[in-house]
Structure formats: C-alpha cells, structure tokens
Design a protein around this ligand. Structure first.
Ligand code: 5AD
Ligand code: SF4
Length: 357
C-alpha cells in the first residue's frame, strides 16, 4: 500500500497506524475525524501503545513562567505586545535560580523555563541562569523562550540546557501567516531544525482550532513533526482571549484534541506527550482524559503565586492557589488515581542507541 492511499474505513486507517505506515493524510484524517464509538477504540489503542513504549510513569516537569513581556503580537495570545491590559512582570536571575532549588527540593527532576520573547533575557543573561541552575542542581533544563538565532541556541546548549520547546503552531503557510504578523513559517521551521542539530531534545506542537484550520492541515502538521524528528509534542486547543483579535472565534474542541493526542501516540510511540494546561482549562477533566489516551507528561506551575494569573495566555487558565508543595501533592494524587506512577528519573527522551548524542 502506498503513501497516498485514502482510507474511508476507520479500521483500515487504524491498522495503517499500528503497522507504522508513514504518516499521511490518507489514514490520519479518518482517525482524526472518527466518530465517538470508534474514538473509544482509538483511545484504548493509544493508551496501550503508550504503556508498551513509555510505561506507566508520568513525568512531572516544574514550569516556571518567569516573564510575560513579549515583543511579538501573535493574534491568539493574551501576552501579545499590543495587549496593553496586561500587567507585565519579570523575575530576577536570582529568583529564577532560587525557584529551581526549591523545585528540586520538592522532588522535581526537570525545570521548564518559559517566557514571552523578552529581550531583557539576552544570550548571556540566560546562559548564566542556565549555568547557575546546572551548577547548583541536578535538574534537567528545558527552555521555552521562542525564536532566537542559532548562536544563541548554541550558547544555551553549551551552558547546559537539555531540551527546547518551540511550537510550530501550524505548518500551513496561509494559516501561519494569518495569525503571526511578526513571524515567518520558514524561519520557525529553520529554528526547529537548528535546535535539533544542536542536540536539544526537541519539543514542538500545534494549536488546535485556529480559524480556518482543517483536519488535512492537522494531518500535514503531524507528518511534518514526524519528519523533523520531534521528540516531545505539546499541543493545546485554542482558547479565545477576549483582548486579542481572535477573541470572538470558536476555538479548539476537547474531543478533537483527545483524538489528536491519541493519533500522536500512535505515530510517535516513544515521545513525551504532555497533558497541557489548556486541555485542563477547556474541560475540568481534560488533562486526566489526555493522560488516559496517550499522554505521559504533566507540567505543574511552580511560579510565585502573585505572578501566575498575570501569565494569561488565554482566559480562565487554571492555576492552583496552594503552595508549590501542596500543588505537587495534588498532582501526585491525581497520577495515582489514574493507576499510574510518578517518574523518578529525569525523564529524558528516548533515542535509538546509534543516535545518542
Ligand atoms: N489559547 C491556547 N493556547 C494558546 N497559546 C497562545 N495563545 C493561546 C490561546 N489563546 C499557546 C501557543 C504558544 C503557547 C506558549 O501557548 O501555542 O506556543
Ligand atoms: Fe509572545 Fe509566545 Fe504569545 Fe506569541 S505566543 S505573543 S511569541 S508569548
């Protein structure tokens, strides 16, 4: 059977997925669009593939949103520079490093540092923070700081950063352009390839529910992410933010989001796939559902309480009001209630032996 085969039948498409056929619209679309009854089987298979390949561990990544300044104006995002209603904040280098020490004390093995594209965190400032964390802790360090030039990515990698998250959001050129006034799709793609080349564990993902986005677009996104060798796949439904140009759009939908997660698990059996905060915001059980149909990562917020609600990428973003210790306990309880275990090691990505860097 060739790559262009179209499957009208759910079962045939599922078989293509399970035999590891190259990702192509022909079988991805029928899976992404399957009915509720077929989705039960899709979720079950994704859960099985997850168990057989990455086991029952759920990896907890401590997430620190350390600055909500952003020089970009993405049309969906509440932190866009044109949103004058946002009270902007940034943490000092000392506070970031202090938070890392606390995260490690609480039992986390990874810290994810995320921010808007904030020019104050220059190549050197950030490299020093990364070095500080690496000297003082045994944490794996994940960066999520947007697009930078390759020399900056190299400096941060040399400073000790292990992973990088940079969502492609969509691989369709028109769609990409329609929501990213400052960005260029080819440049974003190149940035991801640079990160891969530098040996980062590579994370990307898409926004589900962009206006005009089709299932074919999503299928193409999956095939592209597979092609670049993505190893972590963080995706979320668009949640329209009233203070943005997309404020009146319909946004993403939970069931499609779950089918998307399941399909990703079938295409990327070893990947790290988070149950994201946006899923939990769209539906009270969103993250638990995702963890039951392919996901294996969760990213609890460990930022200082006063700042959490200021990192309002989308409205209603769930954030816990307890301290970081209680937060972690609640998440551990949730993991155990699903019959799963909390990952105790760094939870690095899986790589075939010959590719190890
Ligand atoms: N709804 C859901 N996710 C959003 N993001 C930005 N704005 C929104 C929104 N309104 C996501 C983007 C970005 C990540 C940091 O947050 O995918 O990559
Ligand atoms: Fe800035 Fe990221 Fe929001 Fe775009 S999605 S406006 S780059 S914080």
């Amino acid at each position: 059977m060739n790559n262009n085969t179209s499957y009208t039948d759910f079962q045939a498409a599922l078989e293509a997925a399970l035999r590891g056929a190259p990702p192509a619209r022909g079988w991805l679309v029928p899976l992404l669009s399957c009915n509720e009854q077929d989705a039960v089987e899709l979720f079950r298979e994704a859960d099985r593939v997850r168990r057989e390949n990455v086991g029952d561990d759920i990896h907890l990544r401590a997430l620190l949103e350390f600055s909500n300044f952003c020089r970009k104006d993405c049309r969906y995002c509440g932190l866009r520079r044109d949103n004058k209603k946002v009270k902007r904040y940034r943490l000092s280098a000392e506070d970031i490093i202090k938070t890392a020490l606390e995260a490690e004390k609480l039992g986390y093995r990874t810290m994810v540092m995320q921010s808007g594209e904030d020019a104050a965190f220059t190549r050197d400032v950030m490299a020093n923070i990364i070095k500080g964390i690496k000297e003082k802790t045994d944490l794996a360090v994940t960066l999520s700081l947007g697009e930078r030039d390759i020399e900056t990515y190299r400096a941060w990698r040399e400073a000790g950063a292990d992973r990088y998250l940079l969502r492609i959001e969509t691989t369709n050129p028109e769609l990409f352009k329609s929501v990213h006034p400052d960005d260029d799709l080819d440049k974003r793609m190149k940035a991801l390839m640079d990160l891969k080349e530098l040996g980062y564990q590579l994370g990307t993902g898409v926004l589900l529910g962009l206006p005009g986005q089709t299932l074919e677009n999503l299928a193409d996104d999956i095939a592209w992410m597979h092609g670049i060798g993505a190893e972590m796949l963080g995706n979320g439904p668009l949640i329209p933010h009233p203070d943005t140009p997309l404020g009146r759009e319909k946004g993403g939908e939970m069931n499609l989001t779950l089918r998307f997660v399941s399909v990703l698990r079938l295409v990327f059996p070893h990947a790290h796939i988070p149950a994201t905060t946006a899923m939990g915001t769209l539906h009270p059980q969103g993250r638990e559902s995702a963890l039951r149909c392919g996901a294996n990562v969760i990213m609890p917020n460990i930022g200082p309480m006063g700042f959490r609600k200021l990192y309002e990428i989308y409205p209603g973003k769930i954030y816990r009001r307890d301290d970081a210790k209680k937060d972690r306990e609640a998440i551990v309880e949730m993991v155990e209630s699903l019959g799963r275990t909390v990952g105790k090691d760094h939870g690095h990505v899986w790589r075939p032996v010959q590719e190890k860097k």
